[in-house]
Design a protein around this ligand. Structure first.
Ligand code: NDP
Length: 453
């Protein structure tokens, strides 16, 4: 009886989204995935329904959408749209990245913000969830153009953020360069030297190991998941998609752990290197020259480059033991999952946010593939961001080893919480459901304690 009620409650709330946010498909998909999986928590806490907890959970506390005018190198005015979704401050100040990419819209911002709320809860640190960005495309822009864009973006954003209010970080298209420009403008406007952005340069408040955190954290998580199933990462063949921040440091840690990574990609195509990816070369191409990954094969004779207009999907056609999608959302679909399974994949670990489609995840889980869901397995980035906030508040710098040790502990905590919640609620082995259940439990408990806000 109670079970029926809560399923109906979830469906009523999804209907509400359909009515109000009919043009937000990514947000709707996330809400569906999350809300159905937390029904057991709702059943254990019927008071949540009475307090309209889900209706509040799906409604961002605040959304800011703003105009970003900036001058290009020809002196012409360009206008982009900026966003900040402050989804939930139930357990701490809003925290979540800024994404600069032409695909950015309100639906994507809200889906990422909702994921962030649950992910941040799993980090075990006192941080709420938010997300922001712009449809600005940094690709092909000069440093001057990127700087002017960032300054204009911050000229509005500064009103809405602060070290104890909302602390953005980087995401797709927002790396150290952009964070530097954004921070400079924030400081110039507010006169405040505070930990308002994370991912800062090491000379002005950044944390050691922040750059590496998401990729390294993913590998700590995947290694533990494999070990739990009696497998060793050493000697395994690994597929990585992307060649950005997450992908680069996932490759680095996988190699340090003795695995062989044979692919990486960008939005134009992918590289297959049977001898193992030469990471120094990838870093030179992506971090120094900011060029396309197709350059890779000019220096590595045995490697092959495949043009792949369909995002990174070609990567998943290569035979391997472990697949780590680290580029973008929906890059691993059902068809890719089928190919991976046919090729004998044993584990999939999500580095990017929601890189696997729902039907792909269901298929992988049905076939017994170990699956590490993004909101638990890529929590390393935001966690070290939160450690950067702590260091800024203390006005201290921790060593690389100190941060890395804490990161390992956080990833262990995230894995354990997802695993144990899955067991507790009768979905043993389903880390995605476990992550939703554990994250939601924490946020819901805080919301319930704080009254009708
Ligand atoms: P970067 O911008 O550094 O790199 C993104 C990479 O993915 C690039 O190689 C990019 O190629 C590729 N890519 C982007 N869009 C597409 C597409 N549509 N099809 C194929 N490839 C694409 O971003 P990050 O590495 O920081 O982020 C990657 C993912 O990880 C995102 O989902 C992000 O939200 C998530 N994430 C990042 C964290 C972090 O700490 N950085 C923390 C947690 C999650 P190209 O250069 O051609 O665009």
């Amino acid at each position: 009886m109670a079970k029926e009620n809560m399923k109906q409650y979830v469906e009523d709330v999804l209907e509400l989204i359909k009515k109000k946010d009919w043009n937000q498909p990514e947000f709707m998909n996330t809400a569906k995935e999350v809300l159905y999986s937390i029904i057991p928590v709702l059943e254990a806490h019927p008071e949540y329904k009475a307090n309209k907890l889900l209706e509040r959970f799906i409604e961002p506390e605040r959304v800011v959408i703003f105009r970003v005018p900036w001058a290009d190198d020809k002196g012409e005015l360009q206008v982009n749209r900026g966003f900040r979704v402050q989804m939930s401050s139930a357990i701490g100040p809003y925290k979540g990245g800024l994404r600069f990419h032409p695909s950015v819209n309100l639906s994507i911002m809200k889906f990422l913000a909702m994921e962030q709320v649950l992910k941040n809860a799993l980090s075990g640190l006192p941080i709420g969830g938010g997300k922001g960005g712009s449809d600005f495309d940094p690709k092909g822009k000069s440093d001057g153009e990127v700087m002017r864009f960032c300054q204009s973006f911050m000229t509005e954003l500064y009103r809405h953020i602060g070290a104890d209010i909302d602390v953005p970080a980087g995401d797709i298209g927002v790396g150290g360069r952009e964070i530097g420009y954004l921070y400079g403008q924030y400081k110039r406007i507010t006169k405040l030297y505070e930990g308002v952005l994370t991912g800062k340069g090491l000379t002005f408040g950044g944390s050691l190991a922040r750059t590496e955190a998401t990729g390294y954290g993913l590998l700590y998580f995947v290694k533990e998941m494999l070990e739990d199933a009696g497998m060793d990462i050493k000697g395994k063949t690994v597929l990585v998609s992307g060649a950005g921040n997450v992908a680069t440091y996932a490759i680095e840690k996988a190699q340090q752990m003795g695995a062989k990574v044979v692919t990486c990609s960008d939005s134009n195509g992918y590289v297959y290197d049977p001898d193992g990816i030469d990471l120094a070369l990838v870093k030179d191409i992506k971090e120094v020259r900011r060029a396309r990954i197709s350059e890779y094969v000019k220096k590595r004779k045995k490697a092959k480059y495949f043009e792949d207009k369909d995002g990174s999907k070609g990567v998943w056609t290569v035979k391997a033991d472990i697949a780590l999608p680290c580029a973008t959302q929906n890059e691993l679909d059902l068809n890719s999952a089928k190919i991976l399974v046919k090729n004998g994949v044993k584990a999939v670990g999500e580095g990017a946010n929601m890189p696997s489609t729902l039907d792909a995840i269901e298929f992988l889980q049905k076939k017994g593939v170990l699956f590490a869901p993004a909101k638990a397995s890529n929590v390393g980035g935001v966690s070290v961001s939160a450690l950067e906030m702590s260091q800024n508040s203390e006005r201290l710098h921790w060593t690389f080893e100190e941060v890395d040790e804490r990161l390992k502990g956080i990833m262990h905590g995230s894995y354990t919480q997802a695993k144990e919640a899955a067991e507790r609620y009768g979905v043993k082995g389903n880390l995605l459901a476990g992550a939703n259940l554990a994250g939601f439990e924490k946020v819901a408990t805080a919301m319930q304690a704080q009254g009708w806000v």
